[in-house]
Design a protein around this ligand. Structure first.
Ligand code: KPL
Length: 310
């Protein structure tokens, strides 16, 4: 099985390290990075996986030109939601009909982008593992969670086998991974958590764990999640875990983690606000549901971005 990792950020490096740890025999992983400097550094230094006080370095081949890759079986697409389209365009030469692309984005705005895959097949994944990028190719595994993988539409047999093998390799690498027949509900279960954690941690500059002890914040967290649940109900999306409880559990399990949105604003990068709270505001307008808390969170993050995003 040949994996192609696209997007060596925090989650990409974490999954890359886990695949490198879990794979056997002829399995291999190549990183594709449009940034040639970073690809060079990854090839030279590998992926550094930090877990508590331990560091394990996994050698990896990284390329900046998709034409240099051998045929791939699975693309682990770990780029930010707003980069999905341009990344698919970049990978286009590799996306034959035998390729399975596993979308690993936060939020829900990437769900309609599978039509841009051409002949390749789409699977979706979501994880509550905590990952913090410490530098190029250096990731801290900052809290354990659960990972769900599945298809939005009935898969062809080869794609189903590809996803099972991906599950097996990620499990062998140490993650708790489940295949699910209802990935849409799982993606929404993760959305509720991101809605409750990401923007608030970015605005307050705190870790996921600190969020629980800041006065008045639980009210904002609950209000944002309530609005998301109202929209899910209207769209007939099953609500799998009690979202308020699940969000607090993730705060506890990834207490030391810096959420991806706080990592983004700290590094003055564009955030995924439009795919998370912003996507709910848009859906709320369509469905006639008020979303004052998600609107406020979106406006606050947009105001922060306006200070640095061009
Ligand atoms: O998905 C996350 C993120 O930071 O984007 C959580 C689960 C909240 C972990 O930080």
């Amino acid at each position: 099985m040949h994996f192609l990792l696209v997007g060596p950020g925090a989650l990409g490096c974490l999954l890359g390290a886990i695949v490198l740890k879990g794979m056997t025999g002829s399995d291999r992983l190549t990183v594709l990075d449009h940034n040639a400097d970073r690809a060079g550094r990854l090839s030279r230094d590998g992926i550094g996986y930090h877990l508590e006080d331990q560091l394990v370095r996994f050698p990896v081949t990284a390329i900046a030109d998709p034409q240099l890759a051998d045929p791939v079986d699975i693309v682990l697409l770990c780029v930010k939601s707003y980069d999905v389209l341009s990344s698919l365009e970049f990978c286009r030469p590799l996306l034959s009909e035998r390729v399975l692309v596993l979308f690993m984005q936060n939020g829900i705005s990437h769900l309609q982008l599978q039509v841009h895959l051409g002949e390749a097949k789409a699977a979706f994944g979501t994880t509550t593992e905590g990952a913090t990028l410490l530098g190029t190719g250096e990731v801290r595994h900052a809290g354990s969670g659960a990972t769900y993988l599945g298809f939005l539409n009935t898969p062809e047999p080869q794609a189903a086998v590809g996803l099972q093998m991906t599950r097996d390799i990620l499990s062998a690498g140490g993650l708790q991974v489940h295949l699910t027949d209802n990935i849409l509900a799982r993606l929404w279960a993760k959305l509720f958590i991101n809605v409750g954690i990401n923007a608030l941690t970015a605005i307050l500059g705190c870790t996921n764990g600190e969020l629980l002890s800041l006065p008045g914040i639980d009210r904002r967290m609950d209000a944002a999640i309530d609005e998301a649940m109202h929209i899910a109900g209207k769209k007939n999306i099953p609500i799998l875990d009690e979202p308020h409880h699940a969000t607090r559990q993730v705060c506890l399990k990834t207490a030391k983690n810096i959420s991806s949105m706080l990592q983004d604003v700290t590094k003055k990068r564009r955030t995924e606000i439009d795919a998370i709270n912003g996507a709910l505001v848009v859906l709320g307008k369509k469905l006639g549901i008020d979303t004052p808390e998600n609107s406020l969170l979106s406006r606050q993050i947009k105001a922060m971005e306006a200070g640095y995003v061009r």
